[in-house]
Ligand binder design. Structure first.
Ligand SMILES: NC(=O)c1ccc[n+]([C@@H]2O[C@H](COP(=O)([O-])OP(=O)(O)OC[C@H]3O[C@@H](n4cnc5c(N)ncnc54)[C@H](OP(=O)(O)O)[C@@H]3O)[C@@H](O)[C@H]2O)c1
Length: 349
């Protein structure tokens, strides 16, 4: 098991604190070396979204949780409306997040011009068989269903929902999205997925955007995918950007989806994600460091954090306002990963 020497541990602790103290509040500190208009102190930074016409807020909303947790509609209304009031402008959902699309449309459909709406297609829904889920006919039917549920004529981004590398290489699924774009049902198209398939999605040059897992427990894409995505000027959405907050569990989580990151944390042993340090809810606590780490990776445009809690986006926006981690601290998180990562620590879907 990988352990750091005491001096290394001390350095990590110090630089965690230093990153928070030294960073100038706001985004003018030069996150991610991307050109971006500096935000006023009280505003969320907006970043270019690849070659598209969108400038996205660095913090967006991930719509999986509200669907799977079956959050009360009144809670979702408060959560999303207060977020939009404060300038958050990216809402991501999918056809298979239970009622997420319907919940979002019902809460903020009347404010459609205030935000960019991203959805995904390709999973079997309505009891349909998973066989052939990536054919053109099935994908376009899935989009029609989404548009109806979202109560809109077109989405801003339609993403293939994590099909395999083999499905991508067949080409039919990508053609379906291109057809939807030509028909004006989506303004842009993207791939949502990880590892070698994400690399292929970038290499093939047919997508405007990539959604992929990026966090301090999931760093494969930082070298495998992000540099090329940046070079090709794709919009990059960081999914699972705070590693599902896996440090909050004392024991292996019952939510199977969170287990892999929890297991990785047991090996990585980041001091800020251990023991009493986990109670720190400030910018140099685990959630703050997680988001600041993800947001400073070159090429990243927006972090879509999932939540069911109305107060959360405000708390997270505040954490991001602390700016990037110090370069030394970021390097130490990268180095710890490189020393500890096992061959099967690939990007998690
Ligand atoms: N294959 C795909 O395309 C795919 C896969 C996964 C995710 N996604 C997208 O990415 C979005 C985000 O992914 P995710 O929700 O799995 O992961 P995540 O954003 O890394 O983690 C969400 C979890 O973190 C908690 N959380 C949020 N802020 C926190 C904070 N400051 N302190 C402590 N806990 C905090 C939330 O709980 P609370 O409710 O307590 O806030 C929630 O349980 C999804 O909603 C979805 O849109 C796409």
């Amino acid at each position: 098991m990988h352990r750091l020497s005491p001096s290394r541990r001390h350095f990590l602790q110090l630089s965690a604190a230093g990153g928070a103290v030294l960073a100038v509040p706001g985004w003018a500190t030069g996150w991610a070396q991307q050109p971006s208009a500096p935000a006023a102190p009280s505003e969320l930074e907006r970043r270019p979204f690849g070659k598209t016409d969108m400038r996205v807020t660095v913090l967006g909303f991930g719509g999986a949780e509200i669907g799977f947790e079956q959050t009360e509609q009144s809670t979702i209304e408060t959560l999303l409306n207060t977020a939009l009031d404060a300038g958050l402008n990216v809402v991501d959902t999918a056809e298979c997040y239970r009622d997420s699309e319907v919940q979002i449309a019902s809460a903020i459909g009347h404010r459609r011009k205030d935000f960019y709406l991203f959805t995904k297609c390709g999973h079997a829904v309505d009891g349909a068989s998973a066989d052939g889920a990536w054919t053109k006919g099935r994908l376009l039917a899935s989009l029609e269903r989404s548009l109806k549920r979202l109560k809109t004529d077109a989405v801003d981004l339609l993403q293939l929902h994590s099909c395999s590398l083999e499905e991508l290489q067949k080409g039919e699924a990508i053609e379906a999205l291109e057809e939807a774009k030509r028909a004006g049902k989506t303004r842009y198209i993207g791939y949502s997925g990880d590892s070698k398939a994400a690399r292929y999605a970038v290499e093939c040059g047919r997508f405007d955007a990539l959604q992929t897992s990026i966090n301090f427990c999931d760093q494969e894409c930082i070298e495998l995918v992000l540099p090329l995505a940046k070079e090709k000027q794709m919009g990059v959405i960081a999914k699972r950007p705070i590693a599902n907050a896996a440090w909050r569990y004392d024991q292996s989580p019952t939510n199977g989806y969170h287990v892999e990151y929890w297991n990785r944390l047991q090996v990585l042993k980041y001091e800020f994600a251990l023991g009493e340090a986990r109670a720190n809810q400030g910018p140099d606590g685990a959630a703050g460091i997680a988001m600041r780490f993800t947001a400073m990776q070159p090429g990243v445009s927006v972090l879509i954090v999932g939540t069911t809690k109305p107060e959360r986006w405000k708390q997270n926006a505040e954490l991001l306002r602390a700016g990037p981690l110090s370069a030394e601290f970021e390097r130490s998180i990268r180095a710890r990963w490189k020393a500890a990562a096992k061959p099967d620590w690939t990007g998690q879907t």
